[in-house]
Design a protein around this ligand. Sequence first.
Ligand code: DC
Length: 232
Amino acid sequence: MTSFIIAIDGFSSTGKSSFAQMIAKRMNFVYVDSGAIYRLVTLNALQQDLFKDGSIDQNLLKDSLESIDVSYEIKNSKSEICLNGVNVEKRIRMIDVADHVSLIASFGFVRDWVNDKLRKSVLGMNVVMDGRDIGTTVFPNAQLKIFMTADPQIRAQRRVAQLAASGSNPSFDEVYKNILERDYFDSHREVSPLKQAADAIVLDNSHMTMEQQMDWIMSIMREKFNFTFDEA
Ligand code: DC
């Protein structure tokens, strides 16, 4: 069976994962969150106590990859990631993982290991995958590539509202600064930096609702690829 791949890349806090999950649900595609695997490798390194003063011995990190088994568990029709059989979907979103993941994602050997897992896990499936280098490196032949962006001030406002809803109250300035720093780090990383693929379509959702974004992609899927949908 030929698979259809929708690659979604873009800046942080542009709503990539919410959009990708919505697409998967609406189009009956499998959703894969590539960032979750970088987070899982980071959690494993934390559990093995591999970080020393914010840095890490690359040989120990390389060895640690051999003991990692990645699997998925379906819960409430969403797939949740498991590290050596233990569901860590929530654990990998915690702050200690977030604080260390950029370093882990900057190593070429980690990226090769993750990319191999990503490619093997979706063989023959219709997939929507989000990340930073899906359309450029992981699936350069993806049929549809979307590059998401939005005004950083608007992204910061959304993030502040999200964090407030989950009970934490950082200042707007703090969140805005963090977004600009992450944009810089993701785009200037030496290995596989965040970059718009030449054949990607840009989606600037600064002033778009989720419904408008869904209408946008569904019309592309209909008009460019002759996909049909139940008009629910
Ligand atoms: O999307 P996220 O915040 O869960 O990603 C976690 C980290 O992994 C973030 O530092 C960016 C990095 N990442 C990456 O380098 N390449 C990807 N394809 C996905 C995520």
